[in-house]
Ligand binder design. Structure first.
Ligand code: SF4
Length: 327
């Protein structure tokens, strides 16, 4: 039986028009998330991951804008919607846990009331009292004592605040949650617990999750499929086992080679050489070629083709093209 697509992004380009030039932060991205999946989007800082998330939410900050492409949430192309239409879909169909979101909770308002306020705004309830039982249920879902509904943010630990933020993201029962570095600023033990919460919420509710992160061990632990993003483009995708056991793209190999393994045999760690490019002036051909130890002549001249190995399983690299095509 075909899997139900919750999110389908086609050839998306989102650029920032700055005085210093056009920053091509997202430059021709294709991505899918199916119902009930946890999909990870991985790449170094500044590769365009967060811009992709803001594009889905219809919240690209100026001077950025979506230049072309499509973002289907179920069957609705979000790129064609007005601001008002987007406002209705945001949080009710797709919600987001922002980086450091726990610090954006209103310090002078009880955490439960902040969730109820969102429910009132979206007409899920007509009176605040109606929302209390839903919020208590949400708190149970994310492992928080329901009595915390009347706590202020300063009365909660960082991990508890992040659970509130996840409960808030679930308040309108969305099809998709985008979690952008959801464990940043938490200690390691709490990070693991928060990821357990997200996984648990996914299992219990069937919500799909797009996890944006640079934390590869975390990705290996929790995700079903992985997209690797480099300099505004998806360079490889596959299921989590393929990506970690037999990565094809030299960039993916470099990322994995730079992370220590706790369970496997000892290995020499190799840092990726060089820096990600300035996205105003990305290198021609393969954008990774100045850092790639396997680069060939053609890599600096022509953009590599996408080589498909199956549905949602591809790599963009000249190494996998037929010999005759590399000319
Ligand atoms: Fe390296 Fe060339 Fe593949 Fe790019 S296309 S990753 S430069 S081998």
């Amino acid at each position: 039986m075909p899997r139900k697509e919750v999110l389908r992004i086609e050839k998306l380009k989102t650029h920032y028009y700055t005085l210093g030039g056009i920053v091509k932060a997202v430059d021709g991205v294709d991505l899918r998330v199916y119902k009930g999946e946890l999909v990870a989007l991985v790449g170094e800082s500044g590769c365009g991951k967060s811009t992709l998330a803001f594009s889905i939410m219809g919240m690209v900050p100026p001077p950025g804008r979506i230049v072309s492409g499509k973002i289907y949430l179920s069957d609705i192309n979000l790129v064609e919607l007005s601001d008002e239409e987007l406002r209705k879909i945001r949080w009710s169909k797709v919600s987001m846990v922002f980086q450091g979101a726990m610090n954006s909770l209103n310090p002078v308002m009880k955490v439960g009331d902040q969730i109820i306020e969102a429910m009132l705004y979206h007409d899920v309830i007509s009176r605040p009292e109606e929302g209390r039982s839903t919020v208590k249920h949400l708190f149970e879902l994310v492992g928080l004592d329901p009595n915390r509904i009347d706590s202020y943010p300063h009365e909660l630990s960082g991990g508890m605040k992040q659970r509130v933020v996840i409960a808030m993201a679930m308040a309108l029962n969305p099809d998709l949650i985008i979690a952008d570095e959801p464990t940043t600023a938490l200690d390691v033990t709490t990070q693991a617990k928060i990821m357990e919460v997200l996984k648990d919420v996914q299992k219990k509710t069937g919500v799909s999750i797009l996890l944006i992160t640079h934390d590869l061990p975390l990705v290996a632990e929790v995700s079903d499929r992985v997209y690797i993003m480099y300099a505004g483009k998806i360079v490889e995708t596959g299921d989590v086992f393929t990506i970690f056991k037999s990565p094809r793209h030299p960039y993916t190999q470099g990322l994995i080679g730079a992370v220590p393994s706790i369970r496997g045999p000892k290995k020499k760690l190799v840092a990726l050489p060089g820096e990600p490019p300035d996205l105003r002036f990305p290198p021609p051909g393969c954008r990774f070629h100045p850092r790639c130890s396997k680069a060939m002549d053609i890599c600096g001249k022509k953009e590599p083709p996408r080589i498909e190995f199956g549905p949602d399983d591809f790599v963009s690299c000249w190494l996998f093209a037929k010999e005759g095509e590399r000319k």
